[in-house]
Design a protein around this ligand. Structure first.
Ligand code: PRP
Length: 211
């Protein structure tokens, strides 16, 4: 039987998602957190797991290189792709927030420089508020931007809040709730309907055990 391929975002979602799949009886016996391997298989169920960079998960799924993807809602909102979003996995919960220095009355200003890994979401958010923005796209260590006067504030993921706290920043406003979603390639869903539905049913059972 052909493999059902699942693209998984490397990083913070992965360990939780693998544990969830284990609870669903989907086991990748040679997986361990420290491994640099990119492909793992469950040969009993013919499921192949591929590890890709988070922002690339929807691309793999849209193109059919993976049938299924596990990815944060933040990535889907920033760069929507032509895929089905079938399930909120309820793991990898965090918030997309505007953050900056505590004393700043930033949101009263008419113009802001904003640093973010999410330039589209940042621009949309401030557009809605009627605040003009220059958005600087960064790929990491976004919290640095206000500290070195490169930006007035940031739009970024806040999970524990530790990164903000350790850098003297605070949440100014929340933009969106984020959690991991299960996405599916449209053609795969038509062709491999039963297998994908079975996968989803297994994951739902796994969620009851896991959460
Ligand atoms: C993310 C995010 C924040 C941090 C938030 O970055 O961009 O910097 O995690 O997590 P916390 O609220 O638990 O501190 P990530 O760890 O992915 O690294 P990066 O800065 O290299 O993008």
């Amino acid at each position: 039987m052909e493999y059902l391929t699942v693209a998984m975002a490397k990083g913070r979602i992965a360990n939780e998602a693998i544990s969830l799949l284990e609870s669903a009886g989907i086991l990748f016996s040679d997986f361990n957190e420290k491994s640099r391997k990119l492909i793992f298989t469950d040969d009993d169920r013919n499921i192949k797991l591929i590890f890709v960079k988070a922002v690339d998960v929807p691309t793999y799924v849209e193109l059919g290189a993976a049938d299924i993807g596990v990815i944060g809602k933040d990535v889907l909102l920033e760069d929507p792709k032509d895929v089905y979003e079938l399930m909120d996995l309820g793991i990898g919960k965090c918030k997309l927030s505007v953050a900056g220095f505590p004393s700043d009355q930033l949101l009263d200003r008419s113009q802001l420089t904003v640093a973010s890994k999410y330039p589209n979401l940042a621009k949309m958010y401030f557009d809605q508020k009627g605040i003009r923005t220059e958005v600087i796209k960064l790929n990491g260590s976004v919290e640095l931007a206000p500290l070195i006067d490169m930006a007035d504030c940031i739009v970024d993921i806040v999970e524990t809040g530790a990164t903000l706290k350790e850098n003297g920043l605070v949440v100014l406003e929340d933009v969106a709730n984020v959690s991991a979603r299960l996405i599916v390639n449209k053609a795969s869903f038509a062709i491999k309907t039963e297998r994908i539905q079975q996968f989803i049913a297994d994951v739902k059972i796994g969620l009851e055990v896991y959460l």
